[in-house]
Ligand binder design. Sequence first.
Ligand SMILES: *Cc1c(COP(=O)(O)O)cnc(C)c1O
Length: 423
Amino acid sequence: MTLPLSHPALSVTDPELAALVGAEEQLQADTLRLIPSENYVSQAVLEASGTVLQNKYSEGYAGRRYYEGQQNIDQVERLATDRAKALFGVDHANVQPYSGSPANLAVYLAFAEPGDTVMGMALPMGGHLTHGWGVSATGKWFRGVQYGVRHDTGLIDFDEVRDLALKERPKLIFCGGTALPRTIDFAAFAEIARESGAVLVADVAHIAGLIAGGAHPSPVPHADVVSTTTHKTLRGPRGAMLMSREEHAKAIDKAVFPGLQGGPHNQTTAAIAVALHEAAQPSFRDYAHAVVDNAKALAEALLARGFDLVSGGTDNHLILMDLTPKDVPGKVAAKALDRAGIVVNYNTVPYDPRKPFDPSGVRIGTPSLTSRGLATEHMPAVAGWIDRGVTAARTGDEDELAAIRAEVADLMAAFPAPGLPTD
Ligand SMILES: *Cc1c(COP(=O)(O)O)cnc(C)c1O
């Protein structure tokens, strides 16, 4: 299926760039996108993020800005923060962080001093760079101590986390991550944070949409600060939010601006407001539960085909496969699947004997395919394509990869993607 031309002004002013955007639209239409941190935003979110709100400088917060002419912008930002507070049930929301990493940096600025000890999950275990990992500013400017998952179960060992917290007395404890297929026990982390005198930060970037839709427990009763991106399962524009109880509101706001950032990206704030409105609808609850149902069905179909899944399956939107038994390195498999029209990312698995740039695993997830309307009955076919693709990666069978690509495009044509041009 060839998509119609769109973006008329762009096509005239800059045909070279317009062609690239068109090619990306076609790619996102034709492929099975399984990267768990990605999604398709709605046409409404796309429109809000492409508005003249872009033209306005708004340093400060609604009602206390350093620039005039905020009659509309203040209302846009209030809409976004009010909707965030209502959706997640929090006292305070700051919607200005430019993305998830700067949001987390603002948390350090609010609650810690350089050199302080901070604790998070190790990156190769499924944590995020900004949770104190060495190559990140958070690991260079703070003293990061890291927990992991158990080798035998692939699950967090709370005795280990508690021992480490009581020994190291971190200022901050981060929970949440980028490759965690299981439900996060926020209450258990909160108890450890209380015992060790740490501020608990729940980084729910990946699962914010599942939380909003009631498909994952909420960190709000337990965590001091909730950090999230807005562009993963929440299905908003690229951006982030920091949420907290009232007692931390001032510290967080001061850290985001003027501590770390300048003017907020008002067009993004607007698109966040739209996404939060969408996430408050009953249909979004259905979406969040369908994401999890699809991931569970996909995990089962993969297990039936002999795939080794970290922790044995999934509770959420994400599956981490260890391809060691399939005798294919993760990167080789990921690149072959890409040629087959199945977009994934290679990923370390816990205790990976291979190097981070050439690891044993592949990470997949169901947020995007669920946004297109694929359901549990399609998951055996998805698992079948992944299986054939991984086998073709091992044998170097390019014809098979091309055949899969055609089959994938054929199915995807029946499930138009939100936000992409249609005829
Ligand atoms: C994606 C993610 C981030 C970072 O978000 P960016 O917008 O890429 O900076 C932070 N923490 C977690 C857990 C994430 O999954």
